[in-house]
Design a protein around this ligand. Sequence first.
Ligand SMILES: Nc1nc2c(c(=O)[nH]1)N[C@H]1C(S)=C(S)[C@@H](COP(=O)(O)O)O[C@H]1N2
Ligand SMILES: [Mo]
Length: 262
Amino acid sequence: MPVKKRNSFLINPELDRAQILKDATRELALPTRRLFLKGAVTLGGLTMLTGCGLSDNQSVESFLMRVSRLNDRVQGWLFDPNRLAPTYSEAELTRPFPFNAFYGVEDVPEVDAASFVLKVGGLVTGKRSWTLPELYALPHAEQITRHICVEGWSAIGHWGGTPFREFLRQVGADTSAKYVGFKCADDYYESIDMPTALHAQTLLTFQYDGKTLPPEYGFPMKLRMPTKLGYKNPKHIMEIYVTNTFPGGYWSDQGYNWFGGS
Ligand SMILES: Nc1nc2c(c(=O)[nH]1)N[C@H]1C(S)=C(S)[C@@H](COP(=O)(O)O)O[C@H]1N2
Ligand SMILES: [Mo]
């Protein structure tokens, strides 16, 4: 029998409280997990914060989603726009750099360079379509940083492109908006918070290791953010838009944490 308390939440005995808490802590990235360990956040406290009852599997799932979104906000508050991710030397590059996608390398999308046009939409006042030569003419920056994938590997890579904040300036983006969204040539999509979009190390990259970005690493462009986990870094970008409406992402819509800081 579910135990019902007024002004409290329902617990179905079939749902193991300890397991739910374990799942919730797994959902949370480090800063909040530390709060957990200090006992500052409890299951009851979380259900209050998320305004969610735990009466069946569906509400547990929506509870975990809300905990994750709550955690996005905590990570957003903790994000220091001036803190730089570590950089590395040429000698430390991981060779070969791993390929990863939600499909195998044989299914990598082939984007035609000559006809490619990047669409820019949403809250921008400027130019709304960009050819590759126009993008390549933007100010150039390089970085050697570590890419961390939640599947349990990390690798140091060398990317070249344009600082994303410079690109946002060029398109007349409303940088007081909350999100920048990305649509990709595969079924992938992603979105990031504006402070991360404006971070000095967030690069719209067209090159890998000094050469045009090869198809497997995201031709024609990959957004590279050493402050974010691998899945937040969209490859094969076809469209970029600025919005105040939460766009979600391919993995975060399946339960991964949206902020995805690293
Ligand atoms: N378009 C697109 N971008 C994507 C993905 C994808 O499947 N499609 N996978 C993400 C994940 S989970 C990782 S780890 C990195 C892998 O990038 P790499 O192939 O350059 O190592 O791309 C990210 N960006
Ligand atoms: Mo990943």
